[in-house]
Design a protein around this ligand. Structure first.
Ligand code: BES
Ligand code: MN
Ligand code: ZN
Length: 495
């Protein structure tokens, strides 16, 4: 799918040639000059008239009328060269990839040296390939009449003088982007079409593709393990729960695994603490954490980092019926800790609690959980920043570093003793699942953290970031697949 060549720009045959254009010194850009000469100086005129823009994030399409072998040139404005980063380039290319897809172009060539040369080139190539996978991604719809407007871009040729590592970086970036797309697809599926069992089947298919070990626990096995908190959430449902365990072995021996834990609530009604009619819409996305974890495992399956990774997903919906759990119920979690249920809508932390216990009991040396856990984090941080909590700053720094590399911002919330104490306040049990309105994003994290105990743990609340209100540079309105890339990248950073 990715190739590298060092052909001269006039001789290179392609449907679409993508060329980067910076704001200053267009005279000094030899690639631009070469093209301008071949096109009889027309480019200069188009730049002057503004038909070709070098401003960041603008795309200008030019037909070449057979003056060179490439049929069209897509100029991509990259703004000021000294303000360029991997992140600005990833986004700018998102624009161009969307345009190519809309123009139904399946093959294109990127003149890489017009974008970046020298050190750091591989990082840019990786980011561009992420963008290529993610930006034109289209979510599944169920319209009976559909117009097939765009097609998938499948072949990219990089024109560059220094070719070392380019294809590898592109493959890595594409795998990361594709992992995010898998997460988006899962989040997009409505609750009636993605039950806990369906989610498990999907994970099995991903695992089979990469030879990743997988075990799916059914209701009986979940009962055998004593996952009482997960079972309580499932109690009102006709759909049986699932507990998904995936194991990617990147080291010689299965030792010291990192655990990814993803909240897999396939639909959250709130239970007897029922959500209001406006708040319940969109709750098919409550398995966003599970989706990110599965997407990350797919990327990891492609990239094959030297780390052992265990993915754990407690999956169920949260329903109401005469069998459902209720406020005031006291339940026994897998850890043995008892929990007073004050709010059946604080179900995510219950399901997560048993998964975190499973991680600890199965040798996880580090845990990172991803969950659409609270409305509170949406109020606090909005839709651009994921809320983080930790009991171990080094582990959080590893996750943060990865999140910065792929431009998925996270911000730390306080995991303080005074707050940890509040989830332990109950006259009838060890913990309570909902201490109240104050700092409730933090309370949710503290609750999960109580089960991590002293194992290094990072909590990522993606309730705000899992969905985009509108189309953006790297994808459509709707599920973002956030944290799939961060998790995979964090495992790649292991030496
Ligand atoms: N799944 C929700 C959190 C959520 C809210 C995700 C909005 C995405 C968008 C979670 O299970 C929930 O209901 N949380 C409650 C907790 C409360 C009852 C303590 C909340 O945030 O209101
Ligand atoms: Mn809920
Ligand atoms: Zn929920």
């Amino acid at each position: 799918m990715f190739k590298v060549t060092n052909e001269s720009i006039e001789k290179h045959r392609t449907e679409a040639l993508v060329v980067g254009l910076y704001e200053e010194n267009k005279e000094l850009q030899t690639i631009y000059q070469q093209l301008n000469d071949k096109l009889n100086g027309e480019l200069d005129e188009l730049v002057q008239s503004g038909d070709i823009s070098n401003h960041n994030n603008s795309v200008s399409k030019v037909h070449t009328f057979s003056l060179i072998e490439a049929k069209r040139i897509y100029f991509i404005g990259l703004g000021k060269r000294d303000e360029r980063t991997v992140h600005t380039v990833r986004k700018a290319f998102g624009k161009v990839f969307k345009q190519l897809s809309q123009d139904r172009i399946g093959q294109a060539s990127i003149q890489l040296d017009s974008v970046i040369t020298g050190e750091g080139q591989a990082d840019y190539v990786e980011a561009i390939a992420e963008s290529m996978a993610m930006a034109p991604h289209q979510l599944q719809t169920y319209h009976t009449e559909r117009d097939e407007k765009s097609i998938e871009l499948t072949n990219i040729n990089y024109l560059t003088e220094q070719s070392a590592g380019v294809v590898e970086a592109a493959n890595t970036g594409y795998a990361l982007g594709n992992g995010a797309n898998i997460a988006r697809h899962l989040v997009n599926l409505p609750g009636n079409l993605l039950t806990a069992s369906d989610l498990a089947t999907f994970a099995e298919n991903i695992a089979a593709k990469h030879n990743i070990e997988i075990e799916v626990f059914d209701q009986a096995k979940i009962e055998e393990y004593g996952m009482g908190a997960l079972l309580a959430v499932n109690q009102g449902s006709e759909e049986p729960p699932r507990f998904i365990v995936m194991k990617y072995q990147g080291k010689e021996k299965w030792e010291d695994p990192v655990a990814f834990v993803g909240k897999g609530i396939t639909f959250d009604t709130g239970g007897y603490s029922l959500k209001p009619k406006d708040g319940i819409i969109g709750m098919k996305m409550d398995m966003g954490g599970a989706a990110s974890v599965i997407g990350a495992m797919d990327a990891i399956g492609h990239i094959k980092p030297n780390e052992n990774v265990m993915a754990l997903i407690p999956a169920t919906d949260n329903m109401i019926s005469h069998t459902a759990y209720k406020p005031d119920d006291v339940i026994v979690s897998m850890s043995g800790k008892t929990i007073e249920v004050r709010n059946t809508d604080a179900e995510g932390r219950l399901a997560m609690a048993d998964a975190v216990t499973y991680a600890r009991q199965n040798g996880a040396v580090k845990i990172v959980d991803v969950a659409t856990l609270t409305g509170g984090v949406v109020v606090a941080l909005g839709d651009q920043v994921t809320g983080a909590m930790t009991n171990n700053d080094d582990w959080l720094n590893e996750i943060k570093h990865a999140s910065q590399q792929v431009d998925e911002p996270v911000w730390q919330l306080p995991y303080l003793d005074v707050y940890q104490k509040q989830v332990r306040k109950s006259h009838i049990a060890d913990l309570n699942n909902s201490p109240g309105r104050k700092a409730h994003a933090v309370m949710a994290g503290c609750f999960v953290g109580a089960f991590a105990e002293d194992t290094p743990w990072v909590h990522l609340d993606i309730a705000g970031t899992a969905m985009a209100d509108s189309e953006h540079d790297l994808g459509p309105k709707g599920p973002t697949g956030v944290m799939a890339r961060t998790l995979a990248k964090a495992m790649m950073n292991v030496k």
